[in-house]
Design a protein around this ligand. Sequence first.
Ligand SMILES: Cc1ncc(COP(=O)(O)O)c(C=O)c1O
Length: 473
Amino acid sequence: MADRWAIAGVDLHLRPLGSRVRAGLEDALRDAVRDGRLATGTRLPSSRALAADLGLARNTVAEAYSQLVAEGWLVARQGSGTRVAGRPRAEASARPAGRSPDAGAGAAIAEPRHNLRPGSPDLGSFPRAAWVSATRRALAAAPPDAFGYSFSQGRPELRGALAEYLARARGVVADPERIVVCGGFAQALSLTCEALAARGARTLVTERHGLDTHRRIAARQGLATRPLEIDEHGARTDQLVEVGGDAVLLTAAHQFPFGVALAPSRRGAAIDWASDGDRIVVEDDYDGEFRYDRQPVGAMQALAPDRVVYAGTASKSLAPGLRIAWLVLPDDLHPHLLETQELLRSGPDAVAQLALADLIRSGAYDRHVRRARLAYRRRRDRLLATITREAPAVRVHGIAAGLHALLELPPGSSEAEVIELAASRGLAVAGLESFTDGPPIGWPALVIGYATPPEHGYTAALARLAAVLAQVS
Ligand SMILES: Cc1ncc(COP(=O)(O)O)c(C=O)c1O
């Protein structure tokens, strides 16, 4: 891949970023717009042309363009390609949808922006009042040591509340002593990989479709990753023996991004594989509270608490900005992880931990999750009804759960083109390919995060999606 290229006569430098190619491309374009090398109104090459120039997948370029459109750096209009927006600002993504980056400035007008990328709950529904009350109560009751260095494992108040909550809501076998509170699942995974490597692990098996960041986190801790295929019954844990590896990372309750649940026989196969070879299953229960058609299936950790690292997070149920996640660990991994946390003291802020403990104990957390569950269930129902009505050739995969859905596009359509078309209508969407380890699966699909827009923006975002899908159906 070239590390320099020219757009509209402007020389741009792409830092060699390994697998972070898309991020590198976005950074290079942002830099060029920020420092004026790419002037307002400059027309960028088509994603096909730029991808060919750079030797990249077209989706990578299309998604980089789409991200920059969503952030307000670029504007995309059907028929006139992608251009540099007027005076874009870094905080552009925080503006309410429908406002241009230059409203009132007389410069180029960006399309109204809508975001249906996966990964975020509705940030506008964060229970601010309940959080303030919980913080106030927690602070009033906090012992002085809450403000000290102790409890690298996490505040005992939170570990106690989580142990009860996880047993009740997710069927987890959780002793507060085996819980470690972490700074989000990202840190929890990093700590887990480090502990696995310390006990001799070399390879983490990961679902072939999932978040690339998780594979990169494993690599940082010295673990090679190996992909595991997925079908309608979830990850092919029945193939783990052939695939090999020392541990496997699974999104069992709701596969990300396929949206399927891991079938009971596949759960059993993963546990057998782990038990037979002193291996570990890491269960990423990132959205386990959000099941709409039935009671959530309990965590697989309960099947073998000594083989499974259970990981939960507040990133979907409350907000990713809190950076609070929790691990329930087998006995043999617990000491190493704890030692690292003692060294780094990198867990989340103690006051936030106390507030979350209070939120759980007071019942406010359950009430918030119930409200969010109802709201996201309605959004998913509306998404499905819209697709049935406007784009019947699009197939929705996955169970009624979580905050995202996988939409299989009609045969012959191109993910990159649909992403571009959506961007030209002011809508950011993600393609399945960007969550795929290795070659594309062979059928185009979008991963739609229906929880992402604010409540008032969902109708418009859905209408745009419907228009795009109708056009390719
Ligand atoms: C598959 C998956 N796991 C875990 C997480 C949560 O990550 P974190 O707790 O680091 O915000 C997410 C959030 O997007 C996710 O999609």
